[in-house]
Design a protein around this ligand. Structure first.
Ligand code: BTN
Length: 337
């Protein structure tokens, strides 16, 4: 395997690249050749081969006859072992599909889910060539700049509850941003994460379901982390964490934080219902109590975004005083002044 464009890795947490896990756990410190030999029961020359393999992956390794080996620079790639070594997770990411380039992680996740991929499987890419956004839009996903990840979940919920998983995901992203880089982010209904009124993250949830059973849900999350520029169509409405923070941001740190928050809220929701996370969502939402314009396929209307109901639908008090319940499906929300 080399750090070129064609890498595709499938890894199970129970069967990782053990040398890489060990080197990452040392956090830049040396591990002696003797210790590696002892732990893995392999010869010095076998270690040398594995170290060279890490070099091919893009890790800059120092080797010293006296001290052993150490990683002195990591390649800023979202390898499965990087995730496992930085995130405390109990089921999310037990299996990870890592791609250097892919059309869309959501499309790949659906294909894998159809073939039986298990609950919690992650599909991650450094670059998407056909990234999908909501309402048939394109999601710009340049190489190595953002987090383009899809998560396969098999929740025991009614299909009508799936939008709440998207809202849960928005809460997890927002919390991870604040926790890891101390920048305050907010949520625009139903699930855009904004910084300074500009979009830093979008979520596309796709589902396969019968009348009252969810077969699987794919939650696709795109976080703009180190993007410097955006295409003309979105340059006034999009932002990256790098632009917001004024310096490059560690993608692994954000991804690890996001997955930890997601797993926490997911487990809570499955045990106690969605109310706790919907309350967090309400606190983080920047629309509630504000004037909005709802744009549907058949036209638009304006009003005040009053609240969300227990299904996650937005309750809008229209200018004529009547209340409208808006489902997230194919609508977009615009701010009104
Ligand atoms: C939106 O329009 O706001 C949703 C954007 C979702 C983008 C993510 S990136 C990972 C996953 N794969 C895709 O093709 N789309 C989602």
């Amino acid at each position: 395997m080399s750090a070129d464009k064609s890498i595709a890795i499938v890894r199970d947490k129970k069967n990782p690249d053990r040398l890489l896990m060990m080197m990452l756990a040392a956090r830049g410190g040396y591990i002696s050749g003797e210790e590696i030999s002892r732990k893995f029961g392999v010869s010095r020359s076998a270690i040398w081969k594995q170290v060279n393999h890490l070099r091919e992956m893009g890790y800059e390794m120092e080797s010293s006859t006296r001290l052993g080996y150490r990683i002195f620079k990591s390649p800023d790639l979202l390898f499965p072992e990087e995730i496992w070594s930085k995130a405390e997770l109990s089921f999310l990411g037990d299996r990870i599909y890592y791609y250097s380039t892919i059309g869309s992680t959501n499309s790949e996740a659906k294909r894998l889910a159809q073939e039986g991929a298990s609950h919690g499987t992650l599909i991650i890419a450094e670059e998407q060539t056909r990234g999908k956004g909501r309402m048939g839009r394109v999601w710009t996903s340049p190489r190595g700049t953002g987090i383009w990840v899809s998560i396969v979940l098999k929740p025991q919920i009614m299909p009508s509850e799936a939008p709440k998983l998207t809202m849960l995901t928005a809460v997890a992203v927002t919390e991870a941003i604040t926790e890891k880089i101390g920048i305050s982010a907010g949520i625009k209904w139903p699930n855009d994460v904004l910084i300074d009124g500009k979009k830093v993250c979008g979520i596309l949830t796709e589902m396969s379901a019968e009348t009252d059973v969810v077969n699987y849900v794919v939650i696709g999350t795109g976080i703009n982390v180190n993007n410097d520029i955006f295409p003309d169509e979105i340059k006034d409405t999009a932002i990256s964490l790098k632009i917001a923070a004024g310096n490059a941001v560690d993608r692994i740190q954000i991804l690890a934080g996001f997955l930890e928050r997601l797993e926490y809220h997911y487990k809570t929701a499955m045990a106690r219902g969605f109310e706790p996370v919907l309350n967090e969502w309400r606190k983080l939402c920047c629309n509630l109590g504000k004037p909005v314009e709802i744009v549907t396929r058949d036209g638009s209307f304006t009003g005040i975004a009053e609240d969300i109901d227990e299904q996650g639908a937005l309750i809008v008090k229209k200018t004529d005083g009547k209340f409208e319940r808006v489902l997230s499906g194919d609508v977009s929300l615009k701010y009104r002044r």
